[in-house]
Every structure is written in C-alpha cells, then in structure tokens.
Design a protein around this ligand. Structure first.
Ligand code: SF4
Length: 394
C-alpha cells in the first residue's frame, strides 16, 4: 500500500513573531474556538477521506501557528479521525505537535501524550535574553529549556528542539552579532537536555513580515554572511560531538530519531493537508499530483468546512517533471541525497535531459556534487549552497 502523511495547520499564536511568514494570527488562549476548529477540521477530513482510504499512514504532524495552544482533547479528536480514515496505519506512527515554550508545561505535555501524541517539537530558538526579545519571543532563555525538560519529564518518547542562528540584535548602527561560539554553546546546552533531535535554522528575512519591512528600510541589523556560515559549522561540530548525525541541511538526530514526517516531504511522499491554510499534495497513478492550499482566513475556512463546501483556496496540478524538480530541490538537502533515476522511474519520466547531465557533470568536476550510479549527493562542505546547486539541475 502506498504511503501518505497528514499535516494539520493550527492558525493561532499568542503573539506574532516579527520574522514569521507562516499563516498565524495573534489570539488569546481563551478566545480560541477549540471545539469549533476541531469540528471544522473533521468536516474537511470527511471530504478528503478518500485520499487516505487506500494508503498507509506514516506520520501525522500538527504545525502552525502554535498547536500546543489547542486543547489536547480537541487535538485528540482530530487525530483519532485521521487514524480511523487511513487504509492502514504504520506500526510506529509518528505523531508530532509543534510547541511554544509559553504554551507547554508538564501538564500540557501529559495531555498531549494521552491524546496519542508521541513526539513534541519545541521552539526553543535561542538561549540569550536580548536575542529572544529581538525575535519577539514570549519566553526567556530558561523557558525554552524548561519546556523541553517538561516534555521529557512527562514521558514523551521523542522530543526535538529548534534553534535559530545567524541573528544580529541591537540596532543597525551597533548590531550585536551572535558569535559562532555562542551558537555552539546553545546547541550543546540544548543537546544535553536529552532531546533526540535538533533543528537549527538560520534567520531568513521574508518579505511581508515586520523584519522584511524593517530590512527594506535599512533598519534591521543583519548578521554578516561569513558569521552565519561559521555558526552553521560550529553547531554542526558540537552536535556531532554530542552524538547527533547531521542528516539534512538544518536537521540533526540521534540514531533512529530522524523526523519521519519531514523525511516524507524531502523524499516525495504524498501528504493530506487539513485546516486553515494547510497545503496538501496527493498524486495519481500517472505520476501527476494535485496540490491544494486551503483558505488562509480562519473564519472563512471554518465556515466553508462546516457548510460542507470546498475549503481549498487554490488547486494546482503538478506534472511529473515539476514533481521531479521538487524531489531534486528537497532530496539534495539530505545527507543521503537523492536517487534521481529511481525517483524519475517512479514518476514515469526520464531522469536525464542533456542540460541536466551537463550541469551534473560540471558540478561533479567542481566537487559540489557526487554521482554514484543514479544517486546524487552534495558533499557536506557545500551544503550551504544546496539550493543553488539543486536549481542548476532543473
Ligand atoms: S510562534 Fe511560530 S508560528 Fe507563531 S508567529 Fe512565532 S514563529 Fe510564527
């Protein structure tokens, strides 16, 4: 039976972070319509159930927004509905909830565990007071670590922590850059809490965010590129010393702790998206797929779902060549790389065009790509260039 995963988007946070371009809206915990939102997601699920009916469900991921704000009972109703709709369930179904330290304590972690969740991903983001404030986070340095410890203490079998590096705080005249040693110390402290997985992302400035606007006006302190690259390398060195494998450009795991849900995205597994602003991609037998994006406004999404009308805001057919390009873009971010020829065979198209072959040979000569039969990998020293390398293989 073909694999599938499920993503559920929860569109509210206690406060909007200035760098964030996810669909998320500030809302007080008491104002969130916990039950009504679960009802809406379940109504959407009823319409999308055929996509799950003959598939093996490998993972479920609650992202956002801040899904740790959702009452565990309501999140659990949605989870039960998804599991019941699947044709088959993988024996070690991975069920992850993204959490913010400001909405995760031991009680909440226990509630999520009882609802069936077996993995929490905690947005620690940093361990420096000034930097956290600059990033608009509601928690202090100790708050991130306490949330991770609470999750472990509550008995969650798998816990991951997120870090953001490459941040310059202060003002443009006197930016205070995070030095690579500081980035490494934070990674080591997080690793030593007992987490099995760490995601470390460099800060990216997205248009349409408050940081994007400040940057456009030249009023955002920015870290120098060399410093960001040094931070990347020092985090890698420390986490490898602590027993983690750097298995994807931004992700590290102890043995067996890799995020299976994300591995699904990176290796082209279909996913059903549910909830406001969720994206889904479901393929057909011919190598094509349909990608849909749900309505990005929570009220409009809930009204449509409850009325039994389509919740998608847009739909886009993806042909096999587009899907192969996505597999190249995402697969090359993995240490294991991408079996290009197997991916192309699965999609029913040739792996190599003349230009792609020429580009691959040139990259291999320059030491930026390794080719073993049909498998392509980027050597770790070139990972920071992964997106550009992948694009030249389009
Ligand atoms: S908590 Fe996460 S999803 Fe919410 S605004 Fe901040 S970065 Fe975005």
């Amino acid at each position: 039976m073909k694999s599938i995963t499920a993503y559920i988007h929860f569109p509210w946070c206690l406060q909007k972070c200035p760098y964030c371009d996810f669909v998320s809206f500030s809302k007080a915990r008491e104002a969130i319509e916990h039950r009504l939102y679960a009802d809406a997601v379940l109504a959407e699920l009823a319409r999308r159930a055929p996509a799950l009916a003959h598939r093996r469900l490998e993972s479920v991921f609650f992202g956002g927004g801040t899904p740790s704000l959702w009452e565990p009972e309501q999140l659990g109703r949605v989870l039960d509905g998804i599991v019941a709709a699947a044709g088959e369930v993988a024996p070690h179904l991975e069920i992850t909830v993204e959490c913010n330290p400001s909405s995760l304590d031991e009680d909440r972690a226990r509630g999520l565990l009882q609802a069936g969740v077996n993995r929490l991903s905690v947005g620690v983001q940093g361990l420096d007071e000034e930097r956290l404030r600059f990033l608009g986070r509601l928690h202090a340095p100790e708050g991130g670590l306490s949330a991770v410890r609470a999750a472990i203490q509550a008995g969650l079998p798998r816990v991951s922590g997120d870090l953001i590096y490459g941040v310059a705080s202060g003002d443009t005249a006197r930016p205070r850059e995070q030095d690579p040693g500081e980035a490494a110390r934070e990674a080591r402290t997080l690793a030593r809490t007992g987490v099995g997985h760490v995601s470390a992302y460099s800060l990216t400035i997205e248009p349409g965010t408050r940081f994007g606007e400040l940057s456009r006006r030249g009023r955002l302190p920015l870290a120098a590129e060399d410093g960001v690259a040094d931070a990347f390398l020092s985090i890698e060195a420390v986490l490898e010393e602590e027993g983690f494998t750097h298995y994807e450009v931004s992700n590290y795991a102890r043995k067996g702790e890799e995020a299976r849900h994300n591995l699904g995205y990176w290796t082209g597994v279909d996913y059903v998206g549910l909830g406001c602003a969720a994206v889904g991609t479901v393929s057909d037998a011919e190598g094509s797929a349909l990608r849909y994006r749900n309505l990005p406004n929570p009220d409009r999404y809930m009204a449509a779902a409850r009325a039994g009308t389509p919740t998608a805001d847009s739909e886009e057919p993806l042909d096999a060549e587009t899907r192969l390009r996505e597999r190249i873009m995402l697969g090359l971010r993995l240490r294991a790389g991408l079996d290009l020829e197997a991916a192309a065979a699965e999609l029913g198209i040739p792996a190599w065009s003349e230009p792609r072959r020429r580009a691959a040979d040139r990259l291999a000569r320059d030491g930026r790509l390794e080719i073993h039969g049909g498998r392509l990998t980027i050597p770790a020293r070139s990972w920071l260039l992964a997106d550009g390398i992948a694009a030249s293989l389009f």
